[in-house]
Ligand binder design. Sequence first.
Ligand code: PLP
Length: 400
Amino acid sequence: MESAGQSLSQELTQKYMMNFINRVPVTFVRGEGMYLWDDRGKQYLDFVGGWAVDSLGHCHPVLTRAICEQAATLIQVSNAYYTLPQARLAELLVNNSCLNKAFFANSGAEANEGAVKLARRWGALKRNGAYEVITAFNSFHGRTLAMIAATGQEKFQKPYQPLPSGFVNVEFNNIEAIKRATSEKTCAVMLEPVQGEGGVNLPSNDYLMQVRARCDESGILLILDEVQTGIGRLGKLFGYEVFGIKPDIITLAKGLASGVAIGAILANEKASVFMPGDHGSTFGGNPLACAAACAVTGYIIEKNLPENARVTGDYLKSRLLELKRQHNFIKDVRGCGLLIAMEFDRDMAEKVMYACLEKGLLVNLLKPSLLRFIPPLIISRHDVDEGIGILTDVLDKLHN
Ligand SMILES: *Cc1c(COP(=O)(O)O)cnc(C)c1O
């Protein structure tokens, strides 16, 4: 596609970048709210949001102002010193969660690595050196070596053997599998409340409650990877609230600063066992990223955007279910809040994604038979109607 009018960015990328992903041949140059514009001036409605990152949409004035003001004041000093934006962000996250202490990193994978290190420190100190972490098949915890060992998907693991040890992958949504995998070596269970990358897989209503109870019985920690589900995505500020449990540790990243790179670990008192020198980060917690996250997350809380994610997410899901009733090639529509998938009975998701692109709607191709809808939390009913209008046209033309 588009070989004739290939843009400079595409030419340079192909020449100078490693070929690590199959890109959609579009070059974006500007964003505002729910919309993006490419280098030809074409407008797109964005239901991808930078992979569930751009929680306030693009270039939200609250974020832009916070970045500009902080950039003109103080961008980075080492973590050997105190800075107020970092302390304020920790205060904001602790006061609005069931956790008590924060650590800041720069990405989801890095936050998860830190959470596993924290669990291992806890295991060393409180559970006779227990170090093993139980994770789920079809999970996604990031791309570092240890996190692909945690990620229970062969396609991520296989090219990188040998992987760091200390992870056991078990079936998701199966409490017996966790019971069987638990031993005196286990220090924690780590799960996504809803599996995002692995296919938008929802647990049954009581699964996480059972996991919580099991972790308490076994005396091990429960870590929730809320890198995708946290900060409003599932219709509550944190995904654990949707399932009525209190984890010992959570990790955050994607939506926390609406596009500025940041990751976070939050832990309760019991699990907050790091001592000086145990962990660290050069960039993690820098004033620029923390000021951005404070502005974004503060705004999300103040405007109750998690509630918008719930209500508008329900509306989007109902409109997608309507399409499912009209087209028998749509096998399933599932999700929670603004994390929704449409599954086809055949490998047609790429074709649908490109047809939507052509008509100015961005959707996320998650698998050959699966599209994911992860729009900004500021999405309105009107935006849903516009996107569904395009998707309806596309699916009608494919008929059966
Ligand atoms: C995206 C994601 C990660 C990895 O985050 P990066 O910032 O890409 O390292 C980890 N866990 C979950 C649940 C994610 O969705």
